[in-house]
Design a protein around this ligand. Structure first.
Ligand SMILES: *Cc1c(COP(=O)(O)O)cnc(C)c1O
Length: 374
């Protein structure tokens, strides 16, 4: 059993993908080939955003967004304490200060109340300027953008949607990557929409920012890449990755629906024995992860030991709150105690989740968890 089965996916779609890859080889337009522009159009249409700029990875996409907003020294960016390192890493990278904010215990997403407390703290106790909030669609479920927006609007914060895990997720009729002032995703192979290497994209409805992002991701280009009007990055999505993504986008919806079926099967068998994921009414998860919570750290160790014995892959996303990462030591502007994050870090466990998981594999996972906690 695989945690996320990219081999099975390739075997099923081998013919189209091979054909698309071969076409790139034959065209030999490896950087900025026509597939890149085509993919950007298709992605923008899929999420319902005005503009899409493909780039080298999700981390660059986050950095590009902060650069487009000219966020830097003296600025604060609020980031959930429970997320992948990148969501916070890019903040000091542009010279700004990250302030970590607690999450909601049910959804694992940023808590709007904690955000408000953190903003108030910064305003009262520092000379720093609150500029933006990174809202992460963790494990596939969109953050509560209505609540985040309310706080952001009250304090003039820009909203950056980190949908690296959220691609394919929805709230109401709207798709992930349409909720931020700028939104980003990642095409890292294990993400909901993955390519065959690194890849990412930035989305926005704002024409001015889109122009800036287009420039920033190719050395701050002006009229061409030898006319440089700002300091930028070399952060393009290469043509091979674009070609793979064009093919994968064709069956992406089908895969999300299949993941939803896997999640429902897990829910039914596990909801009486562990805390299963809470997807709020009106939300659809893209199921980057199916993450349960155990009673305590000891119970998690027991479940993991049983899974190891039974040969069932699993992962702990995430064991450590962001504010306790060594890399952030000495640059923290501490506001809140992130109690929910601490609680979840000790108890969370992600189970195998992908569209090709078979009934007997789901059975094996559920039996194993039940055996360990029963
Ligand atoms: C994976 C991930 C990123 C970074 O994406 P890369 O393409 O690996 O750089 C950013 N934020 C979150 C929440 C992620 O899970």
């Amino acid at each position: 059993m695989e945690f996320r089965d990219l081999k099975r996916q390739y075997q099923i779609h081998k013919k189209e993908i091979d054909h698309a890859v071969q076409a790139v080889m034959e065209g030999a337009h490896f950087i900025s080939g026509p597939q890149v522009g085509q993919l950007e159009k298709e992605l923008a249409a899929y999420v319902g955003a005005g503009h899409c700029i493909a780039c080298a990875n999700g981390t660059d996409a986050l950095q590009l967004a902060l650069m487009a907003w000219e966020i830097g020294a003296g600025d604060v960016v609020f980031v959930p304490d429970f997320t992948f390192f990148s969501s916070g890493e890019v903040v000091p990278l542009v010279g700004a200060v990250p302030v970590f904010v607690d999450i909601d215990k049910d959804t694992f997403n940023i808590s709007a109340d904690s955000l408000q407390n953190a903003v108030e703290y910064v305003l009262r106790h520092t000379d720093l300027k609150p500029r933006a909030v990174v809202a992460v669609d963790l494990f596939g479920q969109p953050a509560d953008y209505e609540a985040v927006r309310r706080v952001a609007d009250a304090y003039g914060l820009l909203v950056l949607e980190d949908a690296a895990q959220g691609f394919g997720g929805m709230t109401g009729e709207r798709k992930a990557c349409s909720f931020g002032d700028i939104s980003i995703t990642s095409f890292f192979p294990a993400k909901p929409l993955g390519c065959y290497g690194d890849g990412g994209a930035v989305f926005t409805d704002n024409e001015e920012w889109a122009k800036r992002l287009t420039s920033l991701h190719v050395h701050g280009k002006g009229s061409d890449k030898y006319d440089n009007v700002r300091i930028g990055l070399n952060s393009r999505l290469d043509t091979l990755q674009a070609a793979v993504l064009i093919e994968k986008l064709k069956f992406f919806e089908e895969e999300i629906v299949a993941c939803g079926r896997v999640a429902a099967a897990y829910d039914e068998r596990l909801r009486d024995v562990v805390k299963t994921p809470v997807i709020l009414p009106g939300n659809r998860s893209g199921w980057a992860q199916y993450t349960i919570c155990l009673k305590d750290a000891r119970e998690r160790e027991e479940v993991m030991a049983q899974m190891k014995a039974d040969g069932i892959p699993n992962a702990v996303y995430y064991r450590k709150p962001m504010h306790r990462q060594t890399a952030f030591a000495g640059m923290l502007c501490g506001a809140e105690r992130c109690e929910n994050t601490e609680y979840i870090c000790d108890r969370c466990l992600s189970l195998p989740m992908h569209p090709y998981l078979e009934a007997k594999e789901i059975d094996a996972v559920c039996s194993c968890v039940k055996k360990a906690v029963g």
